[in-house]
Design a protein around this ligand. Structure first.
Ligand SMILES: Nc1ncnc2c1ncn2[C@@H]1O[C@H](COP(=O)(O)OP(=O)(O)O)[C@@H](O)[C@H]1O
Ligand SMILES: [Mg+2]
Length: 239
């Protein structure tokens, strides 16, 4: 697969992209994260692993600003962003590709890409969807197709392609492989590796798959909203 990575941003002096400290968060009366601490290194792939319900998606939503912290702090490149809105975080390059395939089902592939290209084009430049098509050549054959009529894998590619066009500095991907064939999942993992090698910080929430463990530089395992492991993913592969 031909791949191209987003424009990189230089790593921070201390090598830390995001630092989440003492995070408590949840939904209504239910607390899901019970004081979670995470340090996410810049320009690397960090995996958040754990069984269903462990709190992986909630953690990504907290980082994206979609679920508020009830207590604790979040720093991005040394700056407190605990109170920054999800929109401002996204505008500054903190992007979440959620586990439900986030594309406009009724729009064509081209229009799905154009919406993002227009919103994120640099002043004075023409919106350009070419980087997305270079990263995912299969989408080129589908430009006129309605996104809702594509396969799960193709919609996943489209969601990633949309994120790519926004030139993220942090790309968070929830359950990349969910519902995909191992072959398609492997292709998408390979693409994420390329993105990280281009300098983008990648965070993926996933199950204990060989693909996720093989790609990650650092792994966290969540268990009921708390951290049960942090370290080298290779240690988990042999666990
Ligand atoms: N939108 C929501 N409203 C209420 N509870 C939720 C919501 N999303 C997740 N939860 C609950 O939060 C807990 C953690 O879920 P989640 O963060 O989705 O875990 P994971 O992604 O690891 O499967 C689960 O008990 C789940 O039922
Ligand atoms: Mg989840």
């Amino acid at each position: 697969m031909t791949t191209s990575a987003p424009t990189s941003t230089p790593a921070t002096a201390d090598g830390i992209e995001l630092r989440l400290t003492g995070a408590r968060a949840g939904y209504g009366p239910v607390e899901v994260l019970h004081g979670l601490d995470l340090v996410i290194p810049s320009g690397r792939v960090t995996a958040l692993l754990g069984v269903n319900g462990a709190g992986k998606s909630t953690t990504l939503r907290v980082l994206a600003g979609l679920v508020p912290l009830r207590s604790g702090t979040l720093h991005w490149r040394g700056q407190a962003i605990t109170k920054m809105s999800a929109l401002d975080r996204a505008r500054r390059g903190l992007m979440l590709v959620p586990d439900e395939r986030a594309v406009f089902a009724s729009l064509s592939v081209r229009d799905n890409l154009m919406v993002v290209a227009e919103a994120t084009a640099r002043p004075g430049s023409t919106p350009d969807i070419t980087p997305a098509l270079e990263a995912f050549p299969r989408l080129r054959e589908r430009l006129a197709q309605r996104a809702g009529s594509m396969s799960g894998g193709e919609r996943r590619m489209l969601a990633l392609a949309r994120a790519l066009l926004a030139r993220p500095s942090v790309l968070m991907v929830d359950e990349l492989s969910l519902g995909l064939s191992p072959k398609v999942a492997a292709e998408l993992f390979e693409w994420l590796g390329t993105v990280a090698r281009g300098g983008t910080t990648v965070i993926l929430a996933d199950q204990y798959t060989d693909a996720a463990l093989g790609l990650a530089d650092l792994a966290y395992v969540l268990h009921r909203g708390e951290r049960s492991f942090v370290g080298d993913p290779a240690e988990l592969a042999h666990a």
